[in-house]
Design a protein around this ligand. Sequence first.
Ligand code: ZN
Ligand code: ZN
Length: 156
Amino acid sequence: MALTKEQRKEQKREYAREDYHKNKDKYKRFRATKELREYMKRYREKHKKYFQEYKRKWHIKNRNKIIKKAKKWKQDNPERNLKLEREKKKRYRSNYPEKIKAINYAHINNQRDDNCSQCNSIIDLEFHHTDYQNNKGFTLCRSCHKELHKGDIIAT
Ligand SMILES: [Zn+2]
Ligand SMILES: [Zn+2]
């Protein structure tokens, strides 16, 4: 016997009720996690600055650990690392064309001095840019240059 529209609706509702009762805990859990996720999202949004600062400080504090771990991973995965490095360079080139231009300019025009402006070292000299658009900067040795960029966030 065919059911009327109203009866079919009632049957569906009955199924839904049964399903709900059978899986009550699951649904409750789902709602809880969903609400919690939403809440956490809002919370993070509201305290964005604090979280960013926390992350930055964590990076600085764990700097050596992070570097060590990355080094080990690179040694264990040389091929994947090479590929990632290439992709990174490519991304960098397309993201910062003005920086690449300035770096090339510095090389071609020999902008580097003969010694580090910080410690007077004459080896491993690099040019630190303060203004990429106008090709401005000064000469640093590798270790002073590293020191200067130490406060920067490490890109992961
Ligand atoms: Zn620099
Ligand atoms: Zn130096």
